[in-house]
Write a protein that binds this ligand. Sequence first.
Ligand code: G3P
Ligand code: CA
Length: 239
Amino acid sequence: MSKPAIFAHRGASGQFPENTMLAFEEALRSGVDGIELDVQLTQDGEVVIIHDEKVDRTTNGQGFVKDFTLAELEELDAGSWFSSKFAGQRLMTLDTVLAWMQEEGNHLRLNIELKNDQIQYVGLEEKVLSLIEDYDLQERIIISSFNPFSLQRVRMQNAEIEMGYLVLGTPENALWIAREIGANAIHCEAPYALSAYGEAAKRAGYPLRIYTVNAEDEYKQLVEAGVEVIMTDFPERFK
Ligand code: G3P
Ligand code: CA
């Protein structure tokens, strides 16, 4: 049985502040196959890497990402909340990470999660696709979202790019929706992967990519279930 690929969830976010260059560099150093990150749009329309719709949890600022310009967001400290030793880490644009992926020795795959299930960011899909094209990285990218309409919008503009439909829990209609919107895979939690729905999706040719797996016993079950990707906050545990 082939082992799943390991993706660092928000980078090596168990040891470093999530979605920062430190977390991504540690992931690369640990030998992962890929990285997962989250993107949203700033007030001035830049694609920025951050998980929550608000900056409050992971920076020293307050308020919605959509209400900050990129310059304002770049002033924030995105490391101290995790540990004072990471003070001064900054939020980054997707552009910065795509440029980093082109550096020598970096062969990572990248799962870009469009964080648009709560807030509808007009033009997010187009901007992300355009950046991927600028850097000629389509072969190494997976776009995912919990928002099926957003993925449909991606597919309407790009027939080839790899797309994962993100689900919570064990929805019985995940495979049907994935097919309808032209997704290639289902991104799910372990219970879905281990369920009859997960089995049916795999049989139908939809690989399963699992978030977020940090425990070894769960990892072993998922390897046996034949999943394609494991996303973890602690990549060094599984590499
Ligand atoms: O992309 C998989 C996973 O990251 C989705 O959940 O909340 O960690 O973004 P969340
Ligand atoms: Ca995510």
